[in-house]
Design a protein around this ligand. Structure first.
Ligand SMILES: [Zn+2]
Length: 332
C-alpha cells in the first residue's frame, strides 16, 4: 500500500531500502527527540539532526524531517532566544515542525528540584514562533496509562515496563497520568492556532472517550499511531467502537511506526542491515493489516480480527492526512 510513515526515526540510505520504498510507495517523516539528556534514554538530538537532514537532502522525495531542541539549559537567561535561533535555522533547512519529548515532565528539573512541564509559560514564546512560521508541534507527553498501573502480566506494556524497570507508582517524581494529558489542553488553550500532534495516540489509547474529548475540544489537534504497541492498544478494544472512532476522526489520525535506528542504515554491518530490512514487513505490512484487513492479524502481542476500514479512510490515515498536518511535506 502507498504510505507515508508520519513518525519514524529511520535514516535508511541503502539502494536496497530505496528500492523497497519505491516498490511499495513508502515515504518517511523522521523526527528528532531530546534524548540522552539528564538521565533519559536515547541518542543526543544533535546527531539525529545531522542524520535526518542528510537523508532528506539526499532523497527529499522519500524522506522529510521534524526537528527538536535541547531543553537542558532552560534556566539560562538566553534559552528562549537561542532556541528560536536554532529553530529558525532548522526551518530554513526544511524541518516541517518541532518535537517535544517526555523528558519534559518526567525528568527535567529546575535547580530547586521542581519538575519542569511542557505547558509552562517558559515555552510560550517558542510556541508563538512555531505558530508564526506555520510549523507543527509534535508532543510526546507522559507514557501510556498502563505504565501508571501496577505491573500486570500479559498486558501490552509489561515487557517495556520490566525491561526499563519502570515503577511510576512508587516514583515521587512522576505525576498522575492525567497531569500529562492536561498538557495538551493547557498548551492549546493558549495557542489555539498552532497545529499540535499528540504522538503515540497522545498516550491516551486506553480510552477512545479520552481521545475524543481532546479531539472534540481542539480542531488543531491530531494524533499519530506510532508504534506497534499503540495500535495494539486499540486492538484490545472493541472493533466496532474503534472503527466508529477512526471513521469519525478520519481526518485527524496518521499512521506512524516509531521505526528506529541510531546510524545511517549503510553504516551497519550487512547482517544488521538485513535485520532492519526484515523489520520492514512488521512495520509496513503486519501492523497496517490490522486497519486494512478483516482477517485474523497479530498486532504486537494482540491477536485480533482486523478492522477492515473503508479505502477512503485508509487513504487518509496512511497517506493524505500528512499534507494537512505537515504542510510542505513531499511537495516536490
Ligand atoms: Zn518516536
Amino acid at each position: 500500500m502507498k504510505m507515508i510513515d508520519s513518525h519514524a526515526h529511520f535514516a535508511a540510505d541503502t539502494p536496497q531500502f530505496y528500492e523497497l520504498m519505491a516498490k511499495t510507495g513508502l515515504r518517511i517523516i523522521n523526527n528528532c527527540y531530546d534524548g540522552n539528556a539528564h538521565g533519559m534514554e536515547g541518542e543526543n538530538s544533535a546527531k539525529q539532526k545531522v542524520r535526518y537532514k542528510t537523508i532528506t537532502a539526499a532523497r527529499p522525495d522519500l524522506f522529510q524531517w521534524v526537528t527538536t531542541f535541547e531543553s537542558a539549559g532552560f534556566e539560562d537567561a538566553d534559552f528562549v532566544e537561542k532556541t528560536i535561533a536554532i529553530l529558525e535555522q532548522d526551518f530554513a533547512d526544511g524541518a516541517l515542525g518541532v518535537k517535544m519529548w517526555k523528558n519534559v515532565g518526567m525528568m527535567l528539573k529546575r535547580k530547586n528540584g521542581e519538575m519542569l512541564f511542557l505547558d509552562e509559560p517558559l515555552f510560550d514564546p517558542i510556541f508563538e514562533y512555531i505558530t508564526k512560521c506555520d510549523k507543527t508541534l509534535m508532543i510526546h507527553t507522559g507514557e501510556p496509562w498502563q505504565h501508571f498501573q501496577p505491573l500486570q502480566k500479559g498486558t501490552i506494556h509489561a515487557q517495556y515496563m520490566l525491561t526499563n524497570k519502570l515503577d511510576f507508582i512508587n516514583d515521587p517524581d512522576i505525576a498522575e497520568h492525567d497531569r500529562y494529558l492536561q498538557v495538551f489542553d493547557n498548551i492549546m488553550d493558549k495557542h489555539p492556532n498552532m497545529r499540535v500532534i499528540g504522538v503515540h495516540l497522545g498516550c491516551m489509547e486506553h480510552s477512545l472517550e479520552r481521545m475524543s474529548q481532546t479531539l472534540d475540544k481542539y480542531p488543531n489537534f491530531a494524533m499519530d499511531t506510532a508504534g506497534p504497541s499503540r495500535s495494539a492498544g486499540l486492538a484490545i478494544l472493541d472493533n466496532d467502537d474503534v472503527t466508529a472512532f477512526l471513521t469519525k476522526y478520519q481526518d485527524r489520525i496518521m499512521y506512524g511506526t516509531d521505526f528506529l535506528n541510531e546510524l545511517l542504515l549503510s553504516q551497519y554491518s550487512p547482517e544488521e542491515q538485513a535485520e532492519f530490512i526484515a523489520m520492514f514487513d512488521r512495520y509496513y505490512n503486519q501492523v497496517p493489516s490490522y486497519y486494512e484487513s478483516t482477517d485474523l492479524v497479530m498486532v504486537k502481542f494482540v491477536c485480533t480480527p482486523g478492522l477492515g476500514l473503508p479505502q477512503d479512510v485508509l487513504d487518509k490515515i496512511f497517506t493524505t492526512n500528512v499534507a494537512k498536518w505537515y504542510p510542505g511535506a513531499f511537495d516536490n
